[in-house]
Design a protein around this ligand. Sequence first.
Ligand code: IVH
Length: 677
Amino acid sequence: MATPGATVASQEEASDLRHKLERWNHEYHVLDTPSVPDSEYDKALRRLQALEKSYPELWDPASPTQRVGAPPLEAFDSVAHPVPMLSLDNAFSDEELAGFLRRVKDRLDVDILPELVAEPKLDGIAVSLIYRDGVLERAATRGDGTHGEDITQNVRTIGSVPLRLQGEDWPEYFEARGEIFMPREGFEAFNERARAGGEKTFVNPRNAAAGSLRQLDSRVTAQRPLEFCAYAAGEHPADAWPQCHWDVLQHFKSWGLPISAHARRLKTLDDCVAYYEELAVERDRLPFDIDGIVYKIDSFAAQTELGFVARAPRWAIARKFPAQEAMTRLLSVEFQVGRTGAITPVARLQPVFVGGVTVSNATLHNMDEIARLDLHSDDSVVIRRAGDVIPQVVSVIAEQRKSQAAPIVGPSSCPVCGSPVVRVEGETALRCSGGLVCPAQLKAALRHFVSRRAMDIDGLGEKLVEQLVDRGLVRNVADLFALQAGALRDLERMGEKSSNKLVAALEAGRKTTLPRFIFALGIREVGEATAESLALHFGSLEALAAADTEALETVPDVGPVVAQHVQQFFASPRNRAVVDALLAAGISWPAVAPVGAEDGPLAGQTWVVTGRLESQSRDEAEALLKSLGARTAKSVSAKTSVLLAGPGAGSKLAKAETLGVEVIDEAAFLQRVGASS
Ligand code: IVH
């Protein structure tokens, strides 16, 4: 008999959707490499659900709408779940949530809604934990809902999973269920390290948690920042068990099982909506990803009465937040040039609404990341925006690639100034070799130069710096001080008042301090603290400029890399000319107390500092010694004059004693330097 309702077209559509969903499901649940964002999956699934609802004859026991998750991998032992691990139905609006609550009341045949419990829906991996005699016996993944994988060894490495329960009143045997997830900070740090080491990154914290749990070597899992939060019971004794979900959570808590700090008891639809809105605001500030709110009918008697449908319980629903991942199209890749010439690729995107904002740019980090993504022109890409993190391109949908698409390659010349682009050994970044000839580097250098912690000159905002450079009024930082109010007045948004004000700020800004001036020069790797150490150590700009790398490396915190950057900076005739011009423009600072390296009371001595000091840090003690003319070294040798040893001194102390080097403690040290300074 011909199917009465379903047309051939809808049969084909359902079949296509099932194939697609089946494949996406496998990629997501088994391979940990989703090729489409969740929102795309949800959309297709809802379409299939709608089709199956309108045409019951399309029903198929193997439909993705009928099952939970995917079959387990073979690498771990397969374990059976005595109580199936189910999924949740979703609500995407307040109306859908209201519909759910109405159905609950109808099915229970009550006028007043029973109490609910709301919890954040954590975006991680569902696990089952079996406790026997208060000890964690087995941990398993959800798998296909009836069979999962035994991941006990891996779960044992997670700090927030109790290996032994607290208290005494737990039943002899029960199963706790919850989510294992990776907090955002740990996820970002993991990816940052992976990127620096040229290793594989994870697309989101959920996949990082899944990948970490699927490690056959639990020592690898132990290194991953995973956490657990319990949200339900599985198998449990029939008697001596709480009557409602809330009480189960409180028992869990008292047994040492972590539960959500946000779990709350609610009574009405309005309560539910208010809770959703509260969490939606807090979402970005939470240290972990959540993708919605789970509302559960609290009473177990009511839960039993409501029962289940194929895919999910009728007593719970997940109200989803707007997706943090979305699909869009790559329009172009722009290469931006930073202050130090580092070139950062940025993806220009077809604007897309994701994580509550419209995103049209996303960072691509560096060329290695572009290679990892295998990014091509015009690609369909998955964008992720979570928390305050800059939007990222997490993956490329290769199957949608156009045949004429070309791989994205880095520029061989600077997109701003045309100077050759270089790739430094051991660095992931491409760099423009143009230095301050490059307008992009010059603009960034100017902004840094005038910034509050550097020369602290007010009134030179981004737009103004742009104009000054683009119109050729400023070719280097020293040119700033030659600016006349007259010339400034011709610029956009510059009236007489602001022009005069800026000239006055530049005038006042000529008086600074040596550390600020050194910091303002923008030497690579020289931050505020290093600038301060350099100023204190050398006492004058001339001495710093004349220092070789060996002399530079004796400064606390200055290693070979920083020493080289400083030395190279002053070795450049162009930089020297700018510094001279700045001094000629009248930049000045109060004299820094001379370090007296040549004529200090400890001149000619070499000191080593080791162990814990109480009055100051080791770095401070070294700086003090240097200011008195001593040299400091990191290891003890026959040339060492004195070893300053605090408590906890080890091999250096032993060596000094063997070599007959003088050893003094902190009190003796303070007496000596106090007497000599
Ligand atoms: S209750 C029978 N509560 O969401 C209902 N699930 O799509 C059992 N999830 O498999 C689930 N946070 O991995 C529940 N507070 C929470 C949850 C939560 C996250 C996950 C869980 C589940 C999936 C359902």
